[in-house]
Design a protein around this ligand. Structure first.
Ligand code: S3P
Length: 198
C-alpha cells in the first residue's frame, strides 16, 4: 500500500513541532512505528522523524536491552530466539501501555512486525505502521557497513530467505516507503508528507 490509510486530511500549517503534535493527537496519530527488515534504516529514519516532528523517539531493541541488562546478541546466544521474541512482545506491550495520549516515533527490530501477536497489538493500538522497503541486496550491503551485531544476518542466501518469508508481513503496514537510493532525511520527509503530518 502506498498511501495513508484511515487518516483524515490535515491541512498544512506554519509552526513547528507543538502544532504538529497537537494536530496529530487531535486526529489520532499517536505513534509512528517503523517496520522492515534489517538494514531498512528504521532507527536512523526514526531519529530523523523525531527531530522533524519534535516527538520522542524510541528503539524497541533498546528497551529490551535496558530491561534485560544485556545486549541483543547476548540474549540470542544465552537464551535463544524464542525467548528473545517473548521479551520483544512484552517490551512492545509495555511501550503501548505507557504511551497514553502522547506521541512517539518507534523503531522495532526486523522480526517484530513479522510476529502476528505484535502486528495485532499495533493494529489494536491504532498506530501508524510504516514499512521501509529496499531490495534485499541493498539491505544486506547496508548491514555489512554498520557496526551492529545482528544474530540473524547470516550470509546473503540466509538473509534473502528470511527476507522473503517476512516481506508479506511487512506489506501489511499502513504505509510503504521505498528507501532505495534515498538519504535518511529524504525518507523522513516522505513519511511526513505521505501521512500529512504537516
Ligand atoms: C532482528 C533484527 C534486529 C534485532 C534482532 C532480531 C530480526 O533489529 O531486533 O537482532 O529478527 O530481524 P534490526 O532490524 O534493527 O537490525
Amino acid at each position: 500500500m502506498d498511501g495513508p490509510r484511515d487518516l483524515p486530511y490535515m491541512s498544512t500549517r506554519p509552526g513547528g513541532p507543538p502544532e504538529t503534535t497537537k494536530f496529530a493527537s487531535v486526529f489520532g496519530v499517536r505513534a509512528l512505528v517503523l517496520v522492515g527488515f534489517m538494514g531498512a534504516g528504521k532507527s536512523s529514519v526514526g531519529a530523523a522523524l523525531s527531530r522533524s516532528l519534535g516527538w520522542p523517539f524510541e528503539d524497541l531493541d533498546d528497551r529490551i536491552q535496558a530491561r534485560e541488562q544485556r545486549s541483543i546478541e547476548q540474549i540470542f546466544r544465552q537464551s535463544g530466539e524464542a525467548h528473545f521474541r517473548r521479551l520483544e512482545h512484552a517490551a512492545l506491550a509495555s511501550l503501548i501501555a505507557e504511551l497514553g495520549a502522547s506521541t512517539k516515533v518507534v523503531a522495532v527490530g526486523g522480526g517484530a512486525f513479522a510476529q502476528a501477536n505484535n502486528a495485532a497489538l499495533l493494529e489494536a493500538a491504532g498506530f501508524s505502521t510504516i514499512f521501509l522497503d529496499a531490495p534485499v541486496e541493498e539491505l544486506f550491503r547496508r548491514c555489512g557497513q554498520q557496526q551492529v551485531d545482528r544474530p540473524l544476518r547470516g550470509d546473503l542466501d540466509e538473509f534473502r530467505r528470511l527476507y522473503e518469508t517476512r516481506r508479506p508481513c511487512y506489506l501489511k503496514a499502513r504505509l510503504r516507503i521505498d528507501t532505495t537510493g534515498k538519504d535518511v532525511d529524504c525518507v523522513a520527509a516522505e513519511v511526513i508528507d505521505s501521512l500529512r503530518l504537516r
